[in-house]
Each structure stands twice: as structure tokens, then as C-alpha cells.
Design a protein around this ligand. Structure first.
Ligand SMILES: *[C@@H]1O[C@H](CO)[C@@H](O)[C@H](O)[C@H]1NC(C)=O
Ligand SMILES: *[C@@H]1O[C@H](CO)[C@@H](O)[C@H](O)[C@H]1NC(C)=O
Ligand SMILES: *[C@@H]1O[C@H](CO)[C@@H](O)[C@H](O)[C@H]1NC(C)=O
Ligand SMILES: *[C@@H]1O[C@H](CO)[C@@H](O)[C@H](O)[C@H]1NC(C)=O
Ligand SMILES: *[C@@H]1O[C@H](CO)[C@@H](O)[C@H](O)[C@H]1NC(C)=O
Ligand SMILES: *[C@@H]1O[C@H](CO)[C@@H](O)[C@H](O)[C@H]1NC(C)=O
Ligand SMILES: *[C@@H]1O[C@H](CO)[C@@H](O)[C@H](O)[C@H]1NC(C)=O
Ligand SMILES: *[C@@H]1O[C@H](CO)[C@@H](O)[C@H](O)[C@H]1NC(C)=O
Ligand SMILES: *[C@@H]1O[C@H](CO)[C@@H](O)[C@H](O)[C@H]1NC(C)=O
Ligand SMILES: *[C@@H]1O[C@H](CO)[C@@H](O)[C@H](O)[C@H]1NC(C)=O
Length: 879
């Protein structure tokens, strides 16, 4: 997944804090040169021979150190080696990031270096070896680093014989072959241990309480493990702790006050307690940690308000509450934290306005108040925060007019996110001295002009100007070089009429282009081959589907729906991309060229190669002129959930498919308004496995003849069934009453005869029913849901009598009549900070389906454009 290195930077910062504490930085350039011993030379050279040099290291100083080792020279001067000044014994072996690839076992000559005090094997590839038990022979070790080195299996208990160990770093040896490892309690027998990192090592079981008996421990890093239970009470004894990071373990939920011992550790400078199921209110006693520099509760369930006493933590540099459930306002005392560089309060529930006291945090580099309920104006004094690089105010209720020039005074600014507030953004600047932004979000910002200052921006890789009122052409400088690092460009929901001198953006990086909901004319703008999301729906694009569309081998979503495109669907369409999940071409004028696929076959309108797109979940070809028979061959798509062929010229029979394993996940099938004909046999007959998932069938306005088979009552999940406007005859099968989930049933405009089965009154969720214009007879059944339907549902049946003649027809019902299934979708990637999250077409699509079907066209049209939610949002709409 392409990601913006720029706006991920801040997240990575946090990560860096975790992995690169300076305590590990030894002075390796010391160059003492006693003569080294013959047997140690030999051991080292054998070690060198044992390993391939391969591209397995990535650290900043990565180099193949062993390549420079050769017999002729004193081994004490070899890269990565240091010897004892007096004895000449090798005491330091630093092979960090040395491109070593191969396994290691107990025979390894490394273990002959009995005087080693420091051994760093990190950032190599030991091919899933177990850490050899002979490591326990190296009794003088004070430093052992085997992190990032592809070790697997259990941690040998012999490690715990190394009683002089001060640093032990086992981090990050993810192991696909061992599902669980436990951390031996004997870890508590390392009396000198000061630094312990057991992150990302798949340890499970409980966290040994013996860790609490390591008297010298100053750095304890336990993240990405699978520990259950709770944090042992013995940790209260870790009075020398300076750096504590416990994160991402499925601990039993515990209140934050149960960890009150933490507030008593006098030396603690960094406390990261992230994603470990903490809940409850932050106790005021947190003020006791006045020496605290870094504090993060990211990803817990803390509630209540931010205690004003946090303002006492005057040394704080970093404060992160992201993803909790805190509410209330920002206490003004927070302004006392004048050393803060990162403040992240993205919490969802905070309200009030930005306290002016925050403007005294002049060292702030990142201010993240996104996704809350803050209101009022954004104080103009924010321009005092001259060190700001990221300012994230997206998705609040901020209002008023915002002079962008004011933000542009922030010389360090890289990321500015103001989208989805109630702001009016203004800008006049074209000044070349503005900061070079890398991400800018001004969606829903009342812009009427393309901000001119963008013309001088050259580092921009993420730009969202959607949902404004910008008119005219997208200026040429957007395409012509300026934005050649662009990855994400969203200009949707404006009034753009064209793309001045368009040519595709940099083909290396661009992954999203969203020009949908504008007034663009001409052919679809060419997308670079790197594109994943190409969204140009709801414009006035004309011409044929361009040939480059078939080169989009990374595409996940292609939406060209609701334009005026014409011509033949290219045969190559199905070769586009294995990752394609969404293809929407509805609302155009595509035609099938009958001869385009095979010279002598009367088919080929839907390219058969579509069956290669194994990830397709959503196909919508509605409202075109496609001539074809039912694409039973699409049934082989394993993920297909939505198939909409509404309003085309599909014809012929729905044939028996070649395999029974078809349409296994299909949930919405809309074949309405076509010319499907010949005997209607009930989908159940030909598609026996379809039934589990199907929730909507719309076969309306076709030429189906024959009877509705009783087997339809087996489609138990069905919520919508529309067979209206066909040539169906015979009786309504009572088994329809088995469709307990049915919410909408339309059998109107057929030639159905006989009585309405009493059993249909058992459909407890039925809220829409239309049986009008058939040849039904007898009385309309009474009871339950049936009492809520008006006469309109039954009119046009000459022999049908209502028992209650006084009931008035309801216009409300009328409004619903003929309201089709129209699925559309929209993607909004608010990718700031967290990179990209891609959802799948799933539940949300069905919620919108329901909305469309039941709420009706008219109401829908009157609705204001909905605010867009989430990272990936699918929205139904009519056009
Ligand atoms: C261990 O090595 C990794 C890099 O390979 C480094 O990031 C880490 O800080 C080292 N650990 C210690 C305790 O020095
Ligand atoms: C490391 O050692 C070298 C040579 O002894 C010395 O010049 C340098 O200043 C030392 N660096 C640190 C960070 O101590
Ligand atoms: C080494 O591997 C990295 C990713 O693992 C890759 O990006 C890089 O191009 C490789 N370098 C060489 C020289 O193969
Ligand atoms: C790594 O392990 C695999 C599987 O055991 C083996 O096939 C391969 O030869 C090993 N590679 C090296 C360089 O030892
Ligand atoms: C390691 O030693 C064992 C016997 O101790 C021997 O069987 C094995 O072949 C040796 N392995 C290597 C790679 O030398
Ligand atoms: C986590 O630990 C539990 C047992 O505590 C185990 O069932 C589960 O498989 C482990 N998960 C992983 C991803 O190792
Ligand atoms: C803390 O250490 C003392 C002395 O070793 C011991 O008595 C006490 O039980 C320990 N406390 C906890 C909670 O482990
Ligand atoms: C903290 O902030 C409050 C309100 O802003 C102020 O009254 C108080 O003097 C500050 N305390 C310190 C120690 O700066
Ligand atoms: C498909 O299902 C039908 C009806 O259940 C059955 O008669 C037929 O043998 C099945 N075909 C295959 C290939 O399994
Ligand atoms: C209506 O049904 C009756 C029998 O119930 C049948 O005689 C008549 O022909 C039908 N009318 C139409 C138009 O199908």
C-alpha cells in the first residue's frame, strides 16, 4: 500500500521512541589495537564462512561487516570487533545490521569467544533458528541483542545463567512456526538487568511476576505480546524504572487506578500504557509524576474528564490520549505544559472551545484535536505555535471564517487538516515563502476558488479539496509538474467543468484520484498505472472506455458511473486487476458490440474476462444498453456480493450454470428492467447454493413467464423480493410466508391469480407490499402486518375484495412505488496520520440499499449531502 511518508512521520515518531533509546548507543569507534589470539581469529573466520551475505538488514548503519575480515590482519581491528586492551581477547562482537543470512546452532564457533562481554546480532536473518542454548556459556556477557534477527522457537533457559546481563533485547523475532512461547519466570534471576525488551516475541500466558524483582530495571518494554492476566502487582517494586512501555496485549481489563503504584515511581520519565484494556477515570494523583516526560494512554477505554492536575506534569513533552472515551473540555491548566511537543487528544467526545492557554505551548510540533466536538472559532493566535508541523482539527464543529494565510505563517508546517468543520476558508496568498506542505485537507471548507498558494507547493502528496464550491477548470499547474509527489488527490463534490491541460500525475506514487461529482466534460482523464482508487462518477464524461483502463493492474475501485460514456466495453476489462473489488459503470450508454468477443458467437457484451477478477465484490452495470444473456459465468467469482444489471438489454434465459458452486456469497441480485424471458423457474432450482446469503432479488420489469415456484420460500435470508412487471401466472405460493426476514415484497403488474395466502400475514417485518394489477381473487387477508397496508397495495385486481372498504389510499405508499434498488458508493479516505484503511463493500452498502428502498426517492432528494464518516464510507444515492 502506497503511503505518504510525510504524514506517517508523526506516528512513526512514537515508534522510534520505543525502539531507539539512546542507552544502546555505545561508542563503537573506539580503536584499541592489541594483538588478537589465534584461536579467536580462527573462530571468527569460521563464523564468517558460515553465513551468506544477503539483503536482510536495513538498519541505518547496515553494512556487510564480515566481508572486511581477513586472515592477514589483526582481528581486533576488524569491523565490529573490539578486544581487551590487556589480554587481546575479543570482548565486543557487534554484528548489528551485517547482512548475515544462515542458521545458528550450538556448534557455532561464536561460542568459543568465551570472553565476550557484548554481543549484538540484531538485524540479521538467522533463518528461524532457535537461540542456541550455548549462549549460556558466554558468562561475561553484559549486553545481548538478538532483536530483529528471525530467531524462532523458545527462549533457552540458559540465557538466565548470564547473571551479569545489563541489557537484554529479544525484540521482534516474529515466528510463524511457533504459535506460543512462554516467558520463563527465571527471567527474574538476572540481578543486574537494567534494560529488558521482550516486544513482538509472541509470548503468551501471564507476565512473570518475577520481573518485578529485578532491582536495577530501568527500561522495560513489553509491546505486541500476547500476555493475558494483568500487570503483576510486583511491578510496584521497580523503583528504578525510567521507561515503561506496556502495549498491545490482551490483558484482562483493569482500572487505571489499579496501577496507582506507577504514580509512585519517582524516576519514571516515560510511560506508555497503550491498548491494554485500561478503563476508568484518570486519578488526580497522576500529578505526582512531575518528572514525567512522555505519557501515552493510546487505545484504552479511559473515561471521565482530563484531570486538570495533568497541568502539574510540567516536564511533559508528549501527551497522547488518542482513542479513549474522555469527555468534557480541555482544562486550561494544560496550558502549563509549555514543554509539550506532541499533544494528541483525538478522543471523539471532547467539547468546548480551544482554550487560549494552549497557545502558550510554543514548542508544540503536533497538535491533534481531530474527531471531537470542539466548537467556536479556531483562535488566530494559533499562529504563535511556530514549531507546529502537524495541525489536525478535522471533524469537529469549528465555525467562522479562517484565513489560511494565518496558518501559512507557521513556517514548519507540513500537515494541515481542517476538513469537515463548519468553516469558511479564505486565502489570498501566492507568496513563494510559504511552508511546503505535504498534506492539506480543506474538505467542506466553503472554498469558491482553487487556493492560489498551492501553485507554489512542491512537496504536496495528499490534498483534499472535496465538497467545496470551486468552479471552472482545474488549473494546469495541478497536473504540470507541481504536484509530482502527489499520492492522494480528492477534488470531488465541486463544480469543476474541465481539467486544463491535463496529463496524468506522477505514475510512481499516485494511488487515489477522486474527481467524482463535478461537471467534467470530455474523455475520462487518464489514470497512472499505480492507481488504486479511480473515481470519476457523476460527471459529464463522454467517449468510449479508454484502453488505458486495462493497464490499471493495481486497481481496487474503478467508478465511472453516471456519465455519458458510450461505445463497446473493451474485452480486456476483466484483465484489469486481481485486486479489483469495485467496478461501477452504471448510468452510461455502453453498448455491446455483438461481434467483439468471438467472431462467431452472439455474445460478448459483458467481457468474459471479468471472471478473472477474483476479488470482485460489487458489480454495477445498471442503466446501460448492454445486450447479453445472463452472466452465469460471474457465479464463479468467490467474493461477489452485489450484482446489478438493472435496466439494460439482457435477454434470454437464466440458464443452468455449469457448476453448483456459483454465487455463493451473492447478497443483492438486481436484474430488473431487462428482457430476461422464457419460463421463470425460480433461482433456487438452478442455484441451489445461492440461498444462504441472498438478501435482495429484483427481477422486475422483465419478460419472465410461468409460475413462482414454492421453492422460493427456501431463500430464508431474503429481505427484498421484487418480481413486478413480468408475465408471471399461477398462484402466489404460501411458502412466501416462510421468508420471515422479508421487508419488501412486490408482485405487482403480473398475471397472478388465485387467493392471497393467509400465511403471508406471518411476515412480521414486512413494511412494503404491492400486489396490485394482477388477477387475484377472494379477500385480502387480515391481521398483523396486513392491517398496515392500504388499498393501493391491492388495487387493479378485479376479483379481490378488501374487508375494510373505508381505508384510505396512502400517498406515502405511492411514493415508495417503483423506488428501485440503486446502489452507489463513495470512498472517503481521511488517510491522515494513520495511513490508509480500506474497508470492503459490505454491511454499509446494504444499509444504504435499505435506505433507498424504503425511504424512497423523494425524501432522498431533499436530504442535504450527508457528512461523510470514517475512513472508508459507502453511501447510497440516487441520480
Ligand atoms: C538492539 O538492536 C536494535 C537494532 O538492531 C536497536 O534498535 C536496539 O536499540 C538495540 N537494543 C539495545 C538495548 O541496544
Ligand atoms: C568515541 O570514541 C572516539 C575515539 O575514541 C572519540 O573521538 C569520540 O568522541 C567518541 N564518541 C563519543 C560519543 O563518545
Ligand atoms: C533489499 O530489500 C529491500 C526490501 O526488503 C528492497 O527494497 C531493496 O531494493 C533490496 N535491495 C537490493 C539491493 O536488493
Ligand atoms: C533456511 O532454511 C530453509 C528451510 O529450513 C533452508 O531450505 C535454507 O537452505 C536455509 N537457508 C540458509 C541460507 O541456511
Ligand atoms: C553439530 O554437532 C553435532 C554433534 O554434536 C553434529 O552431529 C552436527 O553435524 C554438527 N552440525 C554442524 C552444522 O556442524
Ligand atoms: C495468544 O494466547 C492464547 C492463549 O493465551 C492463544 O490461544 C492464542 O493462540 C495466542 N495468540 C497468538 C496470536 O499467538
Ligand atoms: C517488593 O519487594 C519486597 C522485598 O523484596 C517484597 O517483600 C514485596 O513482596 C515486593 N512487593 C511486591 C508487590 O512484589
Ligand atoms: C497553571 O495554570 C493555571 C491556569 O492557567 C495557572 O493559574 C497556574 O498558575 C499555573 N500553574 C503553574 C505551576 O504554572
Ligand atoms: C447440482 O445440483 C442439482 C440439484 O441439486 C443436482 O441434480 C446436480 O447433480 C448438481 N450438479 C453438480 C455438478 O453437483
Ligand atoms: C383470471 O383468472 C381467472 C380464473 O381465476 C381466469 O379465468 C381468467 O382468464 C384470468 N384472467 C386473466 C386476464 O388472466
Amino acid at each position: 500500500m502506497a503511503r505518504s511518508s510525510c504524514f506517517c512521520m508523526s506516528i512513526n515518531l512514537l515508534f522510534l521512541y520505543l525502539w531507539s533509546h539512546p542507552i544502546g548507543a555505545h561508542n563503537l569507534s573506539r580503536s584499541v589495537k592489541p594483538l588478537c589470539l589465534e584461536n579467536e581469529i580462527s573462530a571468527l573466520l569460521q563464523f564468517k564462512e558460515r553465513y551468506d551475505i544477503a539483503n536482510v538488514s536495513s538498519g541505518p548503519l547496515a553494512r556487510p561487516k564480515t566481508l572486511s575480515w581477513n586472515k592477514g590482519r589483526d582481528c581486533c581491528s576488524w569491523d565490529g570487533i573490539e578486544c581487551d586492551e590487556n589480554t587481546g581477547h575479543v570482548i565486543i562482537l557487534n554484528l548489528r545490521s551485517s547482512f548475515l543470512y544462515g542458521s545458528i546452532d550450538n556448534n557455532n564457533t561464536l561460542f568459543q569467544l568465551a570472553h565476550l562481554e557484548k554481543l549484538d546480532l540484531s538485524d540479521n536473518h538467522f533463518n528461524y533458528s532457535q537461540i542456541p542454548s550455548r549462549i549460556g556459556d558466554l558468562l561475561r556477557l553484559t549486553y545481548l541483542n538478538v532483536s530483529y534477527s528471525v530467531f524462532s522457537g523458545r527462549v533457552p533457559s540458559e540465557i538466565f545463567k548470564l547473571t551479569r546481563l545489563v541489557y537484554l533485547d529479544l525484540c521482534c523475532n516474529l515466528d510463524p512456526y511457533t504459535s506460543t512461547r512462554s516467558l520463563p519466570a527465571s527471567i527474574g534471576k538476572l540481578p543486574s538487568l537494567s534494560y529488558l525488551d521482550i516486544s513482538g516475541c509472541q509470548f503468551s500466558g501471564s507476565l512473570p511476576s518475577s520481573i518485578g524483582h529485578l532491582p536495577s530495571l530501568s527500561h522495560l518494554i513489553i509491546s505486541g505480546c500476547n500476555f493475558s492476566g494483568s500487570i503483576p502487582a510486583s511491578f510496584a517494586n521497580l523503583s528504578n524504572l525510567e521507561y515503561l512501555a506496556v502495549s498491545t496485549s490482551p490483558f484482562t481489563a483493569q482500572t487505571i487506578s489499579s496501577l496507582s503504584w506507577i504514580w509512585k515511581i519517582k524516576k519514571l520519565a516515560s510511560s506508555y500504557l497503550e491498548k491494554i484494556n485500561l478503563y476508568g477515570e484518570i486519578p488526580p494523583s497522576i500529578r505526582n509524576l512531575s518528572q514525567l516526560v512522555q505519557l501515552s494512554f493510546l487505545g484504552n477505554q479511559l473515561s471521565g474528564t482530563i484531570p486538570p492536575s495533568i497541568g502539574n506534569l510540567s516536564q511533559l513533552v508528549e501527551l497522547i490520549f488518542l482513542g479513549n472515551q474522555l469527555s468534557g473540555t480541555i482544562p486550561s491548566q494544560l496550558g502549563n505544559l509549555t514543554r509539550l511537543t506532541r499533544l494528541c487528544l483525538r478522543i471523539y467526545q471532547l467539547s468546548g472551545s480551544i482554550p487560549s492557554s494552549l497557545m502558550s505551548m510554543t514548542r508544540l510540533v503536533m497538535l491533534d484535536l481531530a474527531v471531537n466536538k470542539f466548537h467556536g472559532e479556531i483562535p488566530s493566535s494559533i499562529s504563535q505555535l511556530q514549531n507546529l508541523r502537524s495541525l489536525l482539527l478535522v471533524k469537529n464543529n469549528f465555525s467562522g471564517t479562517v484565513e489560511l494565510d494565518n496558518f501559512l505563517k507557521l513556517k514548519q508546517l507540513l500537515v494541515l487538516q481542517l476538513s469537515f468543520n463548519k468553516l469558511s476558508c479564505r486565502t489570498s496568498s501566492t507568496n513563494v515563502n510559504l511552508p511546503q506542505l505535504c498534506a492539506l485537507g480543506l474538505a467542506s471548507c466553503n472554498l469558491s476558488k482553487f487556493p492560489a498558494f498551492l501553485q507554489n507547493q512542491e512537496s504536496m502528496n495528499w490534498l483534499d479539496l472535496s465538497d467545496n464550491s470551486i468552479r471552472g477548470e482545474v488549473p494546469f499547474w495541478v497536473w504540470n509538474g507541481n504536484f509530482n509527489r502527489m499520492q492522494y488527490l480528492n477534488l470531488s463534490h465541486n463544480f469543476f467543468t474541465g481539467l486544463d491541460q491535463y496529463y496524468p500525475m506522477n505514475p510512481l506514487y499516485m494511488y487515489t484520484i477522486d474527481l467524482s461529482h463535478n461537471m467534467l466534460q470530455g474523455p475520462p482523464p487518464e489514470a497512472p498505472p499505480s492507481i488504486m482508487f479511480y473515481l470519476v462518477s457523476n460527471n459529464r464524461l463522454t467517449g468510449a472506455l479508454p484502453p488505458w483502463i486495462c493497464n490499471l493492474s493495481l486497481a481496487i475501485a474503478l467508478d465511472l458511473s453516471s456519465n455519458d460514456l458510450t461505445g463497446v466495453l473493451p474485452v480486456c476489462l476483466g484483465n484489469i486487476s486481481e485486486s479489483l473489488m469495485i467496478l461501477s459503470l452504471k448510468g452510461n450508454n455502453f453498448r455491446g458490440n455483438i461481434l467483439s468477443y468471438c467472431d462467431n458467437q452472439l455474445q460478448g457484451n459483458l467481457p468474459r474476462s471479468l471472471a478473472n477478477c477474483k476479488m470482485l465484490e460489487f458489480i454495477n452495470f445498471a442503466n446501460n444498453l448492454i445486450v447479453d444473456s445472463f452472466p452465469s459465468w460471474l457465479g464463479s467469482l468467490p467474493e461477489l456480493r452485489v450484482l446489478i444489471l438493472r435496466s439494460n438489454k439482457f435477454h434470454y434465459v437464466i440458464e443452468r450454470p455449469q457448476s453448483n458452486q456459483t454465487f455463493l456469497k451473492l447478497q443483492i441480485l438486481d436484474l430488473s428492467i431487462n428482457a430476461f424471458a422464457v419460463i421463470y423457474k425460480g433461482l433456487k432450482l438452478y442455484y441451489p447454493k445461492i440461498s444462504k446469503a441472498l438478501i435482495v432479488i429484483d427481477l422486475s420489469s422483465n419478460l419472465f413467464e410461468g409460475e413462482i415456484l414454492g421453492a422460493i420460500g427456501d431463500l430464508k435470508g431474503l429481505r427484498g423480493l421484487n418480481l413486478s412487471n413480468n408475465l408471471l401466472t399461477g398462484h402466489i405460493p404460501p411458502s412466501l410466508g416462510n421468508l420471515k426476514a422479508l421487508e419488501s415484497l412486490d408482485l405487482s403488474l403480473n398475471k397472478l391469480s388465485g387467493q392471497i395466502p393467509q400465511k403471508l400475514t406471518e411476515l412480521g417485518f414486512l413494511s412494503f407490499l404491492n400486489m396490485s394489477y394482477n388477477n387475484l381473487t377472494g379477500f385480502v387477508p387480515k391481521g398483523k402486518q396486513f392491517d398496515t397496508f392500504s388499498n393501493d397495495s391491492f388495487e387493479g385486481n378485479l376479483g379481490l375484495y378488501s374487508r375494510d372498504k373505508s381505508r384510505q389510499p396512502s400517498t406515502h405508499q405511492e411514493e415508495r412505488l417503483g423506488s428501485p434498488i440503486e446502489l452507489d458508493w463513495e470512498i472517503v479516505l481521511l488517510g491522515y496520520g494513520s495511513g490508509l484503511v480500506i474497508g470492503v463493500v459490505n454491511g454499509n452498502a446494504f444499509i444504504s440499499w435499505k435506505h433507498d428502498w424504503f425511504e424512497g426517492n423523494a425524501k432522498r432528494m431533499r436530504q442535504p449531502r450527508q457528512p461523510r464518516r470514517g475512513f472508508f464510507f459507502i453511501q447510497g444515492s440516487h441520480h
